[in-house]
Design a protein around this ligand. Sequence first.
Ligand SMILES: Nc1nc2c(ncn2[C@@H]2O[C@H](COP(=O)(O)OP(=O)(O)OP(=O)(O)O)[C@@H](O)[C@H]2O)c(=O)[nH]1
Ligand SMILES: [Mg+2]
Length: 371
Amino acid sequence: MTNNQDLYCIGCGAKLQTTDKTKAGYLPENTLNKYLESKEEELYCQRCFRLRNYNDIMDVQMDDSEFLSILNKISDEDALVVNLIDIFDYNGSVIPGIHRFIGNNKMILVANKEDLLPKSVKRDKLKRWFHQQAEKDGLNPVAEILISAKKNTNVDELLALINQYRGNKDVYIVGTTNVGKSTLVNSIISMSSKIKNLVTTSRFPGTTLDRIEIPLDDGAMLIDTPGIIHSYQLAHFLNEKELKEVTPNSEIKPKVYQLRGLQTLFIAGLFRIDFVQDVKTNAIIYADNNLLIHRTKLENADDFYHKHLGDILTPPYDKDSLPAMQMFKFTTKEKSDIVISGLGWVTLPANVTIKAYAPKGVEVTIRKAIV
Ligand SMILES: Nc1nc2c(ncn2[C@@H]2O[C@H](COP(=O)(O)OP(=O)(O)OP(=O)(O)O)[C@@H](O)[C@H]2O)c(=O)[nH]1
Ligand SMILES: [Mg+2]
């Protein structure tokens, strides 16, 4: 570095350095020098530059414990916490026992990405469902709200809640990776200024690397944080192209299947659900609208999978890139969703027995139906 004052990347929060390309915060020395001469306000590391301009992710060596220690420090501070959850992936994004990290600080619970859920789903019903789940998980927020950070839905209402509860305290935005924390920070910044997309966002897990402080009107700070990474998220097994295909980015149109029994549904090559009873039933699939859904007879399903994984059943495009499928067995007691974290869910009526398969390591869970 040419000066001795620490500089930080405004995109990901990493401390800038010019010595190690493989570590967070790297940028070439001449880029840094140009910046120091030009006095531009925003300085991005090389990883953010590539992510923002080419959607290209450079892996940097980071340790989840560093992220956790950032979270842990919040318990020593007097601050307001805003905990984002991805409503499309509730199980994959809830942090049970969050109060261990945030101590006695008040917390506003935010369900983000509401734009992905069908408009036909009544928002009041969604809110009630969200409230019940949060209660079950002991999250204990002072307020709850449904938003879309990307579409700017209810962000002004959230801001009003933040101002109501923060007094003049700092505000921490926390949540697991990919829930949309940085997108929300950008959305809040753009409401009071002309600045768009200041902080780097991406569909890859682990975009933000360290805390990013944005000054508020009264001198307090709005603080974006790196997301906790859950190893069972599907995203860890997919490359950029596959991740793009699997991640919905507009309202999901549910697909209804009438099944005769003893049939199998595949969602791409990532999920398989066997209807093991010889009875009629139906299933409603909530996943990216363009993802392939394939139906076969149960007796042909194994063969089909082994023959066509990676060609018909895509993603994945490389059949050897995923761990072998692991089986889960469920019987629904009430109308339920079988959820594959990061991919979507399948809604089934009561009293249906199924076997579900997902790549080993990806969590499959059952919950009371959201819709
Ligand atoms: N459909 C939809 N997508 C969203 C919304 N908010 C964020 N996203 C998308 O979710 C992905 C992750 O967004 P980020 O803002 O980078 O998530 P983050 O929580 O900051 O992630 P980390 O920095 O890795 O912890 C991006 O592809 C966003 O475009 C939303 O309201 N609706
Ligand atoms: Mg982020």
